[in-house]
Every structure is written in structure tokens, then in C-alpha cells.
Design a binder for this molecule. Structure first.
Ligand SMILES: NC(=O)CCC(=O)C(=O)O
Length: 301
């Protein structure tokens, strides 16, 4: 893998957004925070998982928007249009966190991220591939699959000025194969809008960000909602950007914040030169998960 995976340095920011039950207010607030990040010089801005709604199975159907046919009307998807405007008005690349989606084609709900370019055009979409179904007795039980259906592709998005990013959502970070495939296909950063909780956040959030970074010698950004102890689900917060040597470049606390870091291709090249994993793999001993059969297109979206 060459050093050219990131064509030039770029300022990346994660907005640890405080949002509540009022979708219109959430969209307006997101727009003001995105503008702030852009004014501070960020070229790639990331919003959290379910940034326009509370997070929880009971909320997904009520907040769901329809993205098809593409582009949707404003009535079908106010969030699509709000995100597109945030990107074009600020001339930034925007990883629009995620929103609950209802597909009229499949009649199913998804947890979906929309990625826009500086001209406001949709560049890519990611439907959460691994649904958050866990049961830790006495701590947390969550079953996204009661309401949501999984996406079925690896999402790589080309940002023409900079290179390729991979976008996945929250629980997806636990599955190293997705990250590995994205890195071997040339991504310079793995971007995860996510909303861990107080149990698994404390244990695994940072570990997973650093793990995906060190495995793949790549930048990782994890963008959480701000913690709201009056909500039914308490997000962990601690949005962070990690470098290709797994150093945490910047980390939020639990309250609303914008974190930013300048990232550059030299750090990827140096990590890969100093610890040359990419020439040391033993595909004669085990399989290269990125070599074949990877799905990049999701028909209908
Ligand atoms: N929203 C999510 O997918 C939460 C994932 C999570 O908390 C985890 O521990 O994994």
C-alpha cells in the first residue's frame, strides 16, 4: 500500500452533538455545529449515529425517513436535504452520522449513513451491517434487529481531493474484517458514527478505535452523541480521532464538543514502513478477506 492513500493533509472533525426528541431542532443544531467546524477549518466533518433523533428501537419507526427514489423529496427526507445543505453551504465533505431509514422497496427499516460532497451531492450511503444485539445481564440489553434490518455491503467513499474513506456504523467497529477490507482497498480513514453506552463504552470504545487503527495502520474516527442522562439510552461520548500508530490525537469528554485533528498521508506511510505488516502477511497460511467476494454496491439505494 503506497503513501498516496491520502493525497494531501486534511482537517477532520467529529461533532459530539447533543440532540433530543425534536427532529427539526436537531437538524438546526447540527447545521450550526457543522458551520462552526467548517469555520475552524475542517474539510471533512462527521456527525454521530442517530444524530437527528434519540437512539432506541422504540424511536426508529417514528423518526424513519425514506431515501428512495433518490434524491428524495423534502417531505420524504428532511435530513437528506439538511445534510446536503450543510455540506454545500460550508464546502465540506460531510459524513452525516446516521438516521433511521424506511425503504419502500424492501419495506424494512435500516440505520443509514449519508455522505455528501462539498457541492451537496450524495457521494455514498452505508446501512449498518452488524446490528447491535447484545445482552449483558444486569447491565444492558439491546436488540436493534427487533426493528432494523442489516445492510449488506462494505462502504468505501471516494473524496476526489483527498482519497478514499470507509464508513461504517457503531457496532460495525467490532468486526475487524470490514476495517481490514477497507484498508486493503486503499482507504486512509475508517469513520464510525457510533453511540456506545456506559457499560461497553467504558470497556471497549477506545480499545476498538485503537485496535482498528493499529491493525490496519490507518486513521480512525469515532463520533458519538453527547451523553444525556435524561435519555433512555446514555451514550458514552468520548468521540476520538486515532492515528495510524494507534495514538489518540484528540478525545472529547462526555458533553457536547467539536474535536478536530489534522491528518496526513505521511503518518500512514511511516507506520507502514516502520512496521511493514503489508508485506509480511501470510496469505499462504490464511485467507485474505479482501481478495474476493466483497460486496460494495447495495442495489436500490
Ligand atoms: N449503537 C451501537 O451499535 C452500540 C454499540 C455498542 O455499544 C457496543 O458495545 O458495541
Amino acid at each position: 500500500m503506497s503513501s498516496s492513500v491520502l493525497k494531501k493533509p486534511v482537517k477532520l472533525s467529529c461533532i459530539q452533538l447533543a440532540s433530543g426528541a425534536d427532529k427539526a431542532a436537531n437538524l438546526k443544531h447540527a447545521a450550526s455545529q457543522v458551520a462552526k467546524a467548517a469555520q475552524a477549518g475542517s474539510n471533512i466533518v462527521v456527525l454521530p449515529e442517530c444524530f437527528n433523533s434519540p437512539y432506541g428501537c422504540q424511536y426508529f419507526p417514528d423518526y424513519a425517513e425514506t431515501l428512495l427514489p433518490s434524491p428524495p423529496t423534502r417531505e420524504q427526507s428532511p435530513s437528506y436535504h439538511a445534510l446536503s445543505a450543510m455540506a454545500s453551504e460550508n464546502k465540506i465533505y460531510l459524513v452525516g452520522g446516521s438516521i433511521p431509514e424506511f425503504s419502500p422497496d424492501t419495506k424494512k427499516h435500516y440505520n443509514t449513513s449519508l455522505i455528501f460532497g462539498p457541492d451537496g451531492k450524495l457521494l455514498g450511503t452505508h446501512r449498518k451491517v452488524h446490528l447491535f444485539d447484545i445482552d449483558i445481564p444486569g447491565k444492558i440489553t439491546f436488540k436493534e434487529s427487533e426493528v432494523l434490518s442489516p445492510g449488506n455491503k462494505v462502504t468505501l467513499v471516494d473524496l476526489p481531493e483527498y482519497g478514499t474513506i470507509a464508513v461504517a456504523i457503531c457496532y460495525d467497529v467490532r468486526f475487524p474484517e470490514l476495517a481490514m477490507i477497507a484498508a486493503r482497498k486503499g482507504a486512509f480513514a475508517l469513520i464510525y458514527p457510533g453511540a456506545f453506552n456506559l457499560t461497553t463504552g467504558a470497556l471497549h470504545w477506545k480499545l476498538l478505535a485503537q485496535g482498528r487503527a493499529v491493525d490496519n495502520q490507518i486513521y480512525v474516527a469515532m463520533c458519538s452523541p453527547a451523553r444525556d442522562m435524561s435519555a433512555s439510552y446514555n451514550a458514552w461520548g468520548h468521540s476520538m480521532i486515532v492515528d495510524p500508530m494507534a495514538k489518540v490525537l484528540v478525545e472529547a469528554e462526555e458533553k457536547e464538543a467539536i474535536i478536530e485533528a489534522e491528518i496526513e498521508g505521511g503518518a500512514i506511510a511511516e507506520a507502514r514502513k516502520n512496521i511493514p505488516l503489508n508485506t509480511q502477511r501470510r496469505f499462504d497460511v490464511y485467507t485474505d478477506v479482501s481478495a474476493s467476494g466483497v460486496k460494495f454496491e447495495e442495489p436500490g439505494l
